[in-house]
Design a protein around this ligand. Structure first.
Ligand code: 1HE
Length: 268
């Protein structure tokens, strides 16, 4: 299935297909620092709903301009003067979009730079891997804006950094960047060029079998929501399906006949 941005009605997301069916999805409102308005959330839902049925093997999620994403579109929110139930419905659309990313089975690698704040951090935390550069900083400015998180930060950001750090971030506006951001778990990589590195990680992921990636990028998240007993049972079911897939036989044969690469650290 080819992904035609026009047919999908995408105005705020730019798509570029890279080698090996890796798709680069770029938040494309740099003049608004890629703030997430209702339209962008709908576009993310449309796109990520299609991906599991497409040939895309991995996604790089990036932002145009100097910032990954400035979070909720505060100007739209101010202008719309929403009622409580309207904002609740909007938040449910955010969850729809971010759950489709996290549970969709296609690896999503976020290439971060500049502001990754508020809803921008909620979006980044729904990716499977986060890559930061030296300009990247993370914050939850909701507390200062008279707001609260509504796009899953209480679940995903607290999963990444722990409850106490998340509360500190939203209560005091604490900003994390550089090595400290890595050490608390906000991103897994700190590199000079986050886009280039995210692309190379996406290529590595795309070399895995799609069914294996499907399990990695859906089952692990689902299992986090289960009791240990149920997760162990579900894991055995997923392993039963994935570890007997016919496409894996050639890889196992290559290991058995010693032609497959071995797992060894780089020589120092
Ligand atoms: C925006 C937004 C936005 C920029 N909504 N329009 N998020 C925040 O509290 C972060 C708000 N943004 C900022 O702090 C700064 O914009 C940045 C540090 C990200 C970038 O600064 P800078 O100097 O490069 O840009 P700027 O001059 O502040 O903004 C440039 C334009 O982007 C300007 O629009 P213009 O039409 O006047 O040119 C800004 O209005 C626009 N812009 N950020 C709308 N966020 C589900 S609940 C989630 C709750 C949250 O996410 S709260 C956190 C919100």
């Amino acid at each position: 299935m080819t992904l035609d941005p026009h047919a999908l009605g995408l105005e705020n997301l730019a798509l570029e297909t890279l080698e090996n069916d890796v798709l680069c999805v770029t938040l494309n409102r740099p003049q608004k620092r890629n703030a997430l308005d209702a339209q962008t959330i709908e576009e993310l839902i449309s796109l990520f709903a299609l991906l599991p049925r497409s040939t895309v093997r991995a996604v790089v999620l990036a932002g145009a301009g100097d910032h990954f994403c400035a979070g909720l579109d505060l100007v739209e929110h101010h202008r719309e003067d929403r009622r409580p139930e309207e904002f609740m419905q909007l938040c449910l659309r955010w969850h729809e979009a971010f759950n489709k990313m996290e549970y969709g089975g296609v690896p999503v690698i976020a290439a971060l730079k500049g502001a990754v704040v508020g809803g921008g951090l909620e979006l980044a935390s729904a990716a499977h891997i986060r890559v930061a550069d030296r300009s990247t900083y993370f914050a939850l400015p909701e507390g200062q804006r008279g707001l609260f998180t509504g796009g899953g930060a209480t679940i995903r950001v607290s999963d990444l950094v722990g409850k106490a750090r998340m509360i500190d971030m939203i209560l005091t506006g604490r900003i994390y960047q550089g090595e400290e951001a890595i050490s608390v778990g906000l991103a897994q990589y700190l590199v000079e060029d986050s886009l280039a590195h995210a692309m190379s990680l996406a290529q590595a992921a795309a070399a895995n079998l799609p069914l294996t990636n499907f399990a990695i990028c859906s089952a692990i998240s689902h299992m986090q929501n289960m009791s240990a007993l149920d997760a162990a049972y579900a894991e055995s079911v997923v392993a039963g399906v994935v570890n007997t897939q016919p496409d894996a036989r050639a890889r196992l044969a290559a290991f058995a006949d010693k032609t497959a690469a071995r797992v060894r650290p780089e020589k120092s």
